[in-house]
Design a binder for this molecule. Structure first.
Ligand SMILES: Nc1ncnc2c1ncn2[C@@H]1O[C@H](COP(=O)(O)OP(=O)(O)OP(=O)(O)O)[C@@H](O)[C@H]1O
Ligand SMILES: [Mg+2]
Length: 310
C-alpha cells in the first residue's frame, strides 16, 4: 500500500526540490525579515529614490546601479532602474538592445512625447528599467530652454512613486543637468569611489559640488560614499581607505565592493551578478550593500565594523 505523505512534509519536500533546482527560496529568505521590517518602519508604499553619481568615469556607478537594483528586486522590493546616461550601460548590462528601443528616457524627460509608463520595460520579477541610449546625448542642450529644467525628472518620478519601493538612478560621469535632475529627485546619493585610483582631491571636488547643489537647490538628500573596485593588495589603496574613513567616516558606507572580474563578465553578458555567479565576492558585496541600504531605511544600526567580506 502506498504511504500517505503528510501535507507539511509534502510542502517541505516540494520546497526543497524547488530550492535545489532554482535556488529561489534561498535568494529570498535572507531578505524577508528586512522587507517586513522596512515596510513596517516606513509604511507601505513609500518610495525611496537613490542616485548613483560621480563625475569621475569608470568608478562602478553602473555596476552598482544594476546589482543594487537586482538585489532589491530579488528581495521583493518593487524596483525601477532609471538610466540617465546616454551611454545606456545599465540597459546593456541587463541584456537590452539599446539601439532598438521603442522609447527611452529621452522621450519622457526631454521631448515629453511619451509617458514613463510607455517607456518602462519589465525585466524580471520586481525589476523594471527606464532605459537610455545615445538619443539622450543632446539632453544637456535641449533641456536648457525649459524653465524648472532641473525638476523634470522629479516630476516624472512623482507619477511613479506609488508603483515602486525603490527607484535607482544611474548617472552619467559629469555634473550637468542630467545628474542635477537625478539629485533633485533623490533622497539618497551613493557616490562610488575607488581608493586604488582616486586622488583624494577628486573626492573633495565631488563633495564640494554636492554641497553646493544641496545649498543652491535646497536639496533634502543624504550623501553616502561607497568604496568600489577595492583591491587590498596595494598598500596605497589600504591607506587611502583609512584616509577616507577618517575624513568621511559618517558618510562612508560600511560595505566595500571588492575588485572582482566576475562583475565585469556578468555585465558584459547582460546579467546581474546574482544570475551569473551567486557565490562570488561581487555577489556577496552587492548583497551586503542592499542590506545596508535597507537597514538605513529602517533606522537599524549599520554595525560597528566595516564590511569587507574576505
Ligand atoms: N567591483 C568591480 N570589480 C571588477 N570590475 C568592476 C567592478 N566594478 C566595475 N567594474 C568594471 O569597471 C568598468 C567600469 O565600471 P562601470 O561601468 O560600472 O563604471 P561607471 O562609473 O558607470 O563608468 P561611466 O562613468 O563610464 O559610466 C566596467 O568595465 C565594469 O565592468
Ligand atoms: Mg556608467
Amino acid at each position: 500500500m502506498k504511504r500517505k505523505t503528510r501535507p507539511l512534509a509534502r510542502i517541505l519536500s516540494i520546497r526543497n526540490r524547488l530550492t535545489r533546482r532554482y535556488r529561489l527560496f534561498e535568494l529570498r529568505s535572507d531578505f524577508i525579515d528586512e522587507e517586513i521590517a522596512v515596510k513596517k518602519a516606513r509604511g507601505n508604499g513609500t518610495c525611496r529614490t537613490i542616485a548613483i553619481c560621480n563625475q569621475k568615469g569608470g568608478v562602478g556607478k553602473t555596476v552598482t546601479a544594476i546589482n543594487l537594483s537586482a538585489r532589491l528586486a530579488a528581495g521583493g522590493f518593487r524596483t525601477l532602474l532609471i538610466d540617465l546616461d546616454p551611454q545606456g550601460h545599465s540597459g546593456l548590462g541587463l541584456g537590452l538592445d539599446i539601439d532598438r528601443l521603442e522609447h527611452s528616457v529621452y522621450d519622457v524627460l526631454v521631448n515629453g512625447r511619451y509617458s514613463a509608463r510607455e517607456a518602462i520595460i519589465p525585466l524580471r520579477s520586481n525589476l523594471e528599467i527606464l532605459p537610455s541610449n545615445i538619443d539622450l546625448a543632446s539632453a544637456e542642450l535641449e533641456l536648457a530652454r525649459f524653465k524648472k529644467r532641473e525638476r523634470r525628472l522629479k516630476r516624472v518620478i512623482e507619477g511613479l512613486r506609488e508603483s515602486y519601493d525603490y527607484i535607482v538612478i544611474d548617472c552619467p560621469p559629469s555634473v550637468g543637468i542630467l545628474t542635477v535632475n537625478a539629485l533633485v529627485a533623490s533622497q539618497i546619493a551613493i557616490v562610488p569611489v575607488t581608493p586604488s585610483r582616486l586622488p583624494i582631491q577628486s573626492l573633495s571636488r565631488v563633495t564640494e559640488v554636492l554641497e553646493a547643489l544641496k545649498e543652491s537647490l535646497l536639496l533634502d538628500i543624504t550623501v553616502f560614499y561607497l568604496i568600489t573596485l577595492f583591491d587590498r593588495r596595494p598598500k596605497e589603496a589600504r591607506s587611502r581607505r583609512e584616509n577616507l574613513e577618517q575624513t568621511h567616516g559618517q558618510h562612508l558606507l560600511k560595505t566595500v565592493v571588492r575588485n572582482n572580474t566576475r562583475l565585469d563578465t556578468a555585465t558584459r553578458k547582460g546579467l546581474p551578478i546574482f544570475d551569473y555567479d551567486r557565490d562570488c565576492p561581487g555577489s556577496q558585496d552587492y548583497a551586503a550593500l542592499a542590506e545596508e541600504i535597507i537597514a538605513l531605511e529602517s533606522g537599524q544600526d549599520r554595525g560597528a565594523d566595516r564590511r569587507i567580506l574576505e
